[in-house]
Ligand binder design. Structure first.
Ligand code: NDP
Length: 259
């Protein structure tokens, strides 16, 4: 059996109904992993489920708003009722800056909304998953994977997008802290830092010729990333092969940060 065979494992992917999350869900499912896709839009969830390969891995969808702790609690319960176990949790749901503006003009509402989804959302989801994983570990079943989708914005000084950058930098720190705290339960915690990836979030900016002319020369592989570029790292993290790999920030950016 391949070290990357995920038959019998289950992963939650928040924001798994599109973009990077869907790329992750499809790759995991293709390796036999059960996937539970959480997103706010039931129709999008259903369409995403229809794209999965007809393998041994089953697919479950759940309407969930990660910024709402009650919604996350209900989604985790529904997932556990369906599969009985959650081995991995990809806290990937997030929102972008929605049009940059000067920090001095940043509204309280924009700031709060960003943190409610991108940071509080991960807190809710990771806590629900970690409670389950540590409980299972106490019963002798020590395996868990916590993965947050962060961003290169957590490393760079992204002007006029400081609220987004702040949430993502906090995710890197959260993963490192959890990696230390939860290691004894067999739970790893890592962040994934995408570069410029084609998705609904970036569709507008990637149609801007000036943006493309400016950014493309700084990407050594000379293309924007695709959601499918995140399949390999997701499968690796979910597999036994990654059990000694924790507290890391995986940069998936076509070499952008090398410049
Ligand atoms: P998309 O807009 O395609 O996907 C975002 C996903 O998050 C959707 O599935 C959406 O589903 C879900 N979502 C948003 N808000 C909530 C919420 N409150 N509760 C539950 N689900 C929610 O964007 P990407 O795939 O690009 O983004 C995925 C992650 O990658 C984000 O965290 C983003 O910050 C990060 N990222 C993306 C980069 C890029 O270049 N694309 C670069 C760096 C990081 P629904 O609307 O149904 O809820």
């Amino acid at each position: 059996m391949s070290i990357f065979d995920l038959t019998g494992r289950t992963a939650v992917i928040t924001g798994g109904n599109g973009g990077i999350g869907l790329g992750i869900a499809q790759a995991l499912n293709a390796q036999g992993c059960n996937v539970s896709i959480w997103g706010r839009n039931a129709e999008k969830n259903k369409s995403a489920a229809a794209t999965m390969s007809a393998g041994p891995g089953r697919v479950h969808t759940q309407v969930c708003d990660v910024s709402d702790p009650a919604s996350v609690k209900a989604a985790m319960q529904a997932t556990l009722d369906t599969f009985g176990r959650v081995h991995g949790c990809f806290a990937n749901a997030g929102i972008g800056g929605g049009g940059r503006r000067a920090f001095i003009d940043r509204t309280e509402e924009e700031w709060r909304k960003m943190f409610a989804t991108n940071l509080d959302g991960v807190f809710h989801v990771f806590q629900a998953a970690a409670r389950h994983m540590t409980e299972r570990a106490e019963a002798g079943d020590k395996f868990g994977r916590l993965v947050a989708t962060s961003s290169l914005a957590s490393l760079f000084g992204t002007a006029r997008n400081e609220h987004y950058a702040g949430t993502k930098a906090a995710l890197n720190a959260l993963c490192r802290a959890l990696a230390v705290e939860l290691a004894r339960y067999g739970v790893t915690a890592n962040a994934i830092l995408p570069g410029w990836i084609k998705s609904d979030m970036t569709a507008g900016i990637m149609e801007n010729d000036k943006f493309v002319a400016n950014v493309m020369p700084r990407i050594p592989v000379r293309r924007f990333g695709e959601p499918s570029d995140f399949g390999g790292i997701a499968v690796y993290i979910m597999s036994k092969a990654s059990s000694y790999h924790t507290a890391d920030c995986f940069v998936i950016d076509g070499g952008y940060t090398a410049f």
